[in-house]
Write a protein that binds this ligand. Structure first.
Ligand code: MG
Length: 253
């Protein structure tokens, strides 16, 4: 199991893995394979960035039963995965600030497990889907809830700059079947679920999405939020914590 990071150092942007308390540099986005570049960094000298460079971010709506109940967008769980997208321009890393847009009066956090694709795939069978996973990370699917209700689709509500915090790193070779996913607002537990409670499993989601669009190494799938969503205000701190991965913490501007 490795932890893959993207970071800003005085020399520029780089990618790396943690090893013996140091960061070992690698030659680019690791999702499609990588080599060490021979450089080493002290963790205190770098700033973490979002550890993904996706061509697209595909999100799944209403993938936990209890969240369907609290959401005003549907009465029943969907019969097929409900997909929408966020633009890569919405990505921010750990520690970066979530900006609440002036046009929204209700911005919510949504803690989610993110899946990073490791190999190009199209029309993948459910039983083969696991072979196309590179790793897992934490995602906050920040949502302008009032605009989601107002617009006929979700592009604006989900797509503002800073609305996709991801990190702190991508972890490979971690079993995703039954991880504890938690969200904290100002240190208070707000969401708590086992990923085994997803309506559509990760292999089912990869297979389904790959029948719509080709997935490329580095593409990010956010697998849906459980119940307990709520609004964030200026000065709040949101933490998305997933067992075996770590904590993604962002403050709200
Ligand atoms: Mg969501």
């Amino acid at each position: 199991m490795e932890r893959y990071i993207k970071f800003q150092s005085p020399e520029g942007t780089g990618w790396g893995i943690f090893e013996d308390g140091k960061i070992v540099g690698i030659d680019g986005n690791p999702a499609g394979g990588y080599e060490r570049d021979g450089k080493f960094y002290e963790p205190g000298t770098i700033r973490l960035l979002a550890p993904v460079e996706p061509t697209k971010i595909i999100c799944v709506g209403l993938n936990y039963k209890e969240h369907v109940k609290e959401s005003a967008t549907a009465d029943e769980p969907p019969e097929e995965p409900l997909l929408f997208m966020k633009p890569p321009s919405a990505l921010i890393g750990p520690g970066a600030k979530i900006e609440r847009p002036e046009v929204s009066e209700r911005v919510d956090y949504e803690g989610e497990l993110g899946v990073v694709i490791g190999r190009e795939c199209r029309n993948v069978a459910v039983v083969e889907a696991e072979d196309y996973i590179f790793g897992l990370t934490c995602v906050n699917d920040v949502t302008a809830r009032d605009l989601q209700k107002k617009d006929h689709q979700w592009t604006r509500a989900k797509g503002f700059d800073t609305f996709c915090p991801v990190g702190p790193w991508v972890v490979d070779r971690l079993n995703y079947d039954d991880l504890l996913l938690e969200s904290y607002l100002n240190g208070e537990l707000r969401q708590s679920i086992q990923t085994s409670m997803m309506i559509f499993s990760i292999p089912e989601l990869i297979s389904y999405i790959s029948k719509v669009m080709t997935l490329y190494p580095g593409d990010l799938i956010s697998t849906g939020t459980p119940k307990g969503i709520g609004p964030i205000q200026t000065g709040d701190r949101v933490e998305i914590r997933i067992e075996g991965i770590g904590s993604l913490v962002n403050d709200v501007l």
